[in-house]
Design a protein around this ligand. Structure first.
Ligand code: ATP
Length: 355
């Protein structure tokens, strides 16, 4: 079932937690809500669940306007960070619980709960109590319980936060598998960019209640809509370099330095200053002839397979992930290059992407 969100706003006293949010989530899609703490992700999810009613705006599930509909009537499945299982009930009884509430007969409820447990690979744990399960297993029970009543949409609020790194990876693959097998429309809240980019059909990045970008994961990484999105995604973070136009001619230089920047795309921008964004992995060590920047290496570290260097360009410093085979030393003068299509340009006034 698709979800349409139209001009949704939620205010708490003087805080606007969600600010004029509009989007459509297609049937069967998994969409992540991503952003820093306090950006309005959970509030958006609570609005979708019906636990909160918006200050203004509308929500449709399919053709039904559910904006004023109470949570129980919306047929949503919810999964939380803390699992929220009933500790005194067995796994089977936990999964059967929503069916019992629906007054389904016991035999049928048991059958459906067992089937769902098989799908979640917890069929062998039905008699255990939640306290006898690992975190990953508990989260599987919570997902089975959310799905057993065949909801219209599945809402997940940071479901992997309490798991260790290895289990997180395993469970995020599992959530994607199950979501696709069931074919359910899902909204997944996370502040972890890797999680969001890896499992979603689409990612929505929010900041201060405002939707910043709504696109496919790769597109978001390759074409960030503004400076916020560019800086939020990527680790080590993207480099920003402010450049300014020479007074007399078309050439740009790094702000407050004499270092010229020769890039053909810069000619298209009729501005006195702008910000260039270049990801560390887009920079490479090169020769003076085809370099973009010249600077002194001030820091070198090895991270995994790569070498991360920090280069002082004068007014700004940049980080570059470079070939570990290059013999580099702190204090060396270094020339850095980048492919033009991997350079992003942003307005220095608004932070919006330029072209
Ligand atoms: P986190 O990742 O920390 O959970 P979030 O992105 O989910 O953050 P929300 O919980 O949606 O953010 O909060 C958005 C803003 O609304 C925050 O400034 C928060 O303090 C505020 N807020 C959320 N719920 C309430 C509430 N019940 N009453 C008052 N303010 C609230």
């Amino acid at each position: 079932m698709d979800i349409r969100i139209q001009d949704l706003t939620m205010r708490f006293d003087n805080i606007t937690a969600v600010n004029h949010l509009s989007t459509t989530i297609k049937d069967g899609e998994l969409v992540s809500l991503l952003g820093p703490s306090g950006c309005g992700k959970s509030t958006t999810l609570m609005l979708l669940s019906g636990l909160y009613k918006p200050t203004s705006g509308r929500i449709y599930f399919g053709n039904q306007n559910v904006t004023e509909l109470d949570a129980e009537k919306r047929q949503v499945g919810m999964v939380f960070q803390n699992y929220a299982l009933y500790p005194h009930l067995s796994v089977l009884k936990n999964i059967m619980f929503p069916l019992k509430m629906k007054k389904m007969n016991k035999i049928e409820a048991r059958e459906q709960a067992t089937e769902m447990a098989e799908l979640l690979h917890i069929g062998h744990l039905l008699n255990r109590k939640p306290g006898q399960l690992s975190g990953g297993q508990q989260q599987r029970v919570a997902i089975a319980r959310a799905l057993v009543k065949k909801p219209n949409v599945l809402l997940l609020d940071e479901p992997l936060s309490n798991l260790d790194a290895r289990l997180r990876l395993e469970m995020r693959e599992e959530i994607r598998r199950i979501q696709q097998e069931v074919g359910i429309t899902a909204v997944f809240v996370t502040h972890d960019q890797e999680e969001a980019l890896s499992i979603s059909d689409r990612v929505m990045i929010m900041n201060n209640g405002v939707l910043q970008q709504d696109s496919e994961p790769q597109q978001m990484y390759k074409k960030p809509a503004n400076e916020f999105v560019a800086s939020f995604l990527g680790n080590p973070p993207i480099n920003f370099i402010t450049v300014e136009r020479h007074r007399q001619n078309e050439h740009y230089k790094i702000k407050h330095t004499a270092q010229p920047i020769h890039l053909s795309r810069l000619k298209h921008f009729d501005r006195t200053t702008l910000k260039m964004g270049i990801r560390p992995e887009s920079l490479f060590v090169t020769t003076q002839n085809n370099s973009l920047f010249r600077g002194d290496i001030i820091h070198i570290e090895t991270i995994g397979r790569d070498t991360l260097i920090r280069v002082d360009l004068g007014e700004s410093t940049v980080r570059a992930l470079v070939d570990p085979k290059k013999k580099l030393q702190i204090g060396d003068v270094c020339f850095l290059g980048a492919e033009e299509e991997e350079i992003h340009y942003f307005s220095s006034e608004t932070g919006e992407r330029l072209k």
